[in-house]
Design a protein around this ligand. Structure first.
Ligand code: GLU
Length: 465
């Protein structure tokens, strides 16, 4: 049977990286089975759903390359289907109208709780054969005895006692269908074969299976994914991590890195760490997903992004970097050797934003020095700056090799440890102590600019005490 999966976000918030992982696993499972991946917007909660969130979710998925095989559907546009399904359940005798007041339900729940029982509808209206009116809700006649057992691709056999399950409301008193009903009807109508979703939905599954059975729908495959946790082992949220996909794009993480990182949240393949989408389609096995919560480690994402950035051709790297350079106010066309500078700096930071920031001093004048670095290395370095400046001006050829040689000679002549010689020059050239090897750094500028920057550092030293 063709596998059909779906990602069913509720547009009540921006696309969250936990959600992207659910979408990814659905996508990969469908693709590796030559099936279909669908998106369904679950926007029945009109109070909390917005078009902006819907747009944010759909655009985010498309930005990361998780595209559905059919246009997304919206629950808000499918009420006829739910209405028909409700009629079918009523005709089958598997549902009943209930007119219990809120007060009665509250009292009943309080009484159950005071006896230490799980609050649950007591079935008062189950056999009253009430007719619908503006005060009635429609409830599912859930079997009261026995067990509901289903097989979960991640968790194995899952068992619920029917006695623990409520007579679920299918239609509210205003006639609107509830979340569980819509979810079940849509999975059937969209031809879904496999429901892959977060473990937070596990307790919904037996309820939804009862609705399915009442409607005579075929059963589905299920996989409930472990929750994504922050470093503090609590459920991932804005409090313990950056959760919005857009924020990761804005920092310059590649889509492929995010996919790689998300795939590893709860799944692994030996000690292989670097995966692209195509590898996942080959290698991923839903049955190998772990049950325990998966901790999201931002340092690991940096490490992965470093790898993915390094694997890009220079041209692709530069294409991806350009928007970040422009945002950083860098006009890279102004320099003849801009490619050389970018190449020298491309692994300086794990993100494109970081690399662009590091490139600023190579393309624009520096107007300040990192204070800590200046206090530690620049202060008192006048003699070193002047000596090295003289040596550099005496060079016949201006390239990394000849500059390295001059620096070596200066170090021997002044008998200084490397940082004492290199760091003042590095700070004069870039404003901080972070740069590639000093010979390479200097070679990225012409001699006139080196002189300007060393002169500026000497002037700064003359004006500070
Ligand atoms: N709409 C639900 C959510 O956003 C998902 C429901 C499902 O996958 O079945 O959590």
């Amino acid at each position: 049977m063709t596998k059909v999966t779906r990602f069913a976000p509720s547009p009540t918030g921006a696309l969250h990286i936990g959600g992207v992982r659910t979408a990814l696993f659905n996508y990969v499972y469908a693709k590796q089975n030559k099936g279909k991946f669908l998106i369904r917007v679950e926007d029945t909660d009109v109070e909390r759903s917005t078009k902006e969130f819907e747009k944010n979710i759909l655009n985010g998925l498309s930005d990361i390359g998780i595209n559905p095989d059919e246009p997304p559907v919206r629950q808000s546009e499918r009420s006829e289907l739910y209405q028909k399904a409700v009629e079918k359940i009523i005709d089958s005798g598997n549902a009943y109208y209930c007119n219990c007041s809120k007060e009665r339900l509250d009292q009943m729940r309080a009484a159950q709780q005071s006896k230490g029982l799980k609050p649950q509808y007591d079935g008062k209206c189950r056999n009253l054969n009430l007719k619908p009116d503006s005060s009635t809700v429609l409830r599912l006649k859930t079997p009261k005895d026995g067990e509901l057992i289903f097989h979960d691709l991640v968790r194995g056999e899952v068992i619920f006692q029917n006695s623990e399950l409520d007579d679920l409301i299918l239609l509210r008193s205003d006639g609107s269908p509830t979340y569980h009903l819509c979810n079940v009807v849509d999975d059937f109508e969209q031809g879904v074969s496999t429901v892959i979703r977060g473990e937070d939905h596990l307790s919904n599954t037996p309820r939804q299976i009862h609705i399915q059975q009442a409607l005579g729908y075929p059963s589905l495959e299920y996989a409930h994914l472990p929750m994504v946790l922050g470093q503090d082992k609590k459920r991932l949220s804005k409090r313990n991590a950056v959760t919005s996909l857009q924020d990761y794009f804005e920092k310059g993480y590649l889509e492929s890195s995010l996919i790689n990182m998300l795939a590893r949240l709860g799944w692994s393949k030996g000690d292989k760490e670097i995966f692209y989408l195509d590898d996942l389609i080959d290698d991923f096995r839903i049955q190998e997903v772990q049950k325990a919560g998966a901790i999201f480690d931002p340092a690991k994402l940096d490490w992965i992004n470093n790898h993915h950035l390094a694997a890009l051709s220079f041209e692709s790297f530069k294409d991806r970097l350009i928007p970040f350079l422009e945002n950083a106010g860098i006009n890279y066309n102004l320099k003849d050797n801009s490619n050389e500078i970018i190449e020298a700096m491309r692994s300086s930071q794990p993100t494109l934003l970081g690399v662009a920031k590091d490139l600023i001093p190579y393309f624009t004048q520096i107007d300040s020095y990192d204070e800590k670095a200046a206090n530690k290395f620049l202060k008192g370095s006048e003699a070193v700056l002047e000596f090295v400046q003289r040596k550099l001006n005496g060079l016949e050829a201006w390239n990394e090799g000849s500059i390295d040689h001059a620096l070596q000679e200066a170090q021997t002549a002044l008998s200084l440890p490397t940082p004492k010689l290199n760091q003042p020059i590095r700070i004069a050239m870039t404003g901080s102590t972070q740069s590639p090897s000093l010979g390479l750094t200097l070679s990225l500028f012409d001699l006139a600019e080196v002189n300007n920057r060393i002169d500026a550092a000497l002037k700064y030293l003359a004006n500070t005490d």
